[in-house]
Ligand binder design. Structure first.
Ligand code: APR
Length: 230
């Protein structure tokens, strides 16, 4: 089987009802990144950070995977599909994808604020006073700005042996994740499905890139058709 790496961002979950970050009306319009998504913000006001992620976690139970998540999962019968997602939701899992790597953590996981080896599946709110086995406060298992991205090396390795890359719904503004396009072989086709793909093209070096300027649900069939024909 040929190998497809799929790099997804907030846009693939937009049609499920989850806000993106940088679009108009997105999460970073209503919240200050430095207050809710940095280690400094956590130390200054952990309650505010917990409130932000508790709200995101609760919302997960009101949304479901959309056509784009589902079709990517079905495509596993034709290609070996490796999903590398910047998303912290579990919609790829619920759609049935088998190989999923979360670059920026997961809402349904909580970890010790001191030792990331102590992590737990967590479906409710995280409260001040909820402790890990090492006695430290639990925090969202999210990779914040300024923190290392532990799964990056695995992601790069996966990209380097792929036959094609499909990018869905990301502005490619955040590194190191956006740099994965550079981990692909030069000759490797890159298909970029995003209504604003033209604006984010700077990150793509392949001479064989294809743009589909549509929403994830509207464009997924076209993207997969293109990949089948490679
Ligand atoms: N279908 C596909 N793409 C869409 C849709 C849709 N229905 N709606 C919006 N988009 C696209 C936008 O055009 C944009 O390119 O989704 C992208 C969303 O970009 P961002 O909000 O920047 O989200 P993302 O790229 O996932 O952000 C990366 O930034 O703040 C951090 O950690 C957070 O993982 C996140 C990272």
């Amino acid at each position: 089987m040929k190998k497809l790496v799929v790099l997804t961002g907030a846009g693939i979950s937009a049609e499920s009802g989850i806000k993106t970050f940088r679009d108009s009306g997105g999460l970073w319009e209503g919240h200050k990144v430095e207050e809710v998504a940095t280690p400094e913000g956590w130390l200054k006001n952990p309650q505010k950070v917990l409130d932000f992620y508790n709200e995101r976690r609760r919302q997960l139970f009101e949304v479901k995977p959309n056509k784009a998540h589902l079709e990517l999962a079905s495509f596993e019968s034709e290609w070996e599909v490796h999903v590398i997602t910047q998303n912290v939701d579990d919609l790829h899992e619920r759609a049935g994808s088998q190989n999923i790597l979360h670059l920026h953590g997961e809402l349904l996981s909580a970890r010790s604020m001191h030792d990331e080896r102590f992590k737990y599946r967590w479906t409710g709110d995280i409260r001040l006073g909820d402790l890990a086995e090492d006695g430290a406060q639990l925090r969202p298992d999210i990779v914040w700005f300024g923190e290392a991205v532990p799964n990056m090396a695995i992601a790069e390795l996966s990209c380097s042996s792929a036959d094609a890359m499909l990018i869905v719904g990301t502005s490619l503004q955040v590194y190191p994740a956006a740099g994965l396009v550079y981990a692909m072989e030069d000759s490797c086709p890159i298909i970029y499905l995003d209504p604003n793909a033209e604006n984010s093209l700077h990150g793509i070096k392949s001479s064989r890139h294809f743009i589909i300027q549509k929403s994830a649900c509207d464009g997924i069939d076209e993207a997969l058709r293109m990949i089948r024909s490679l």
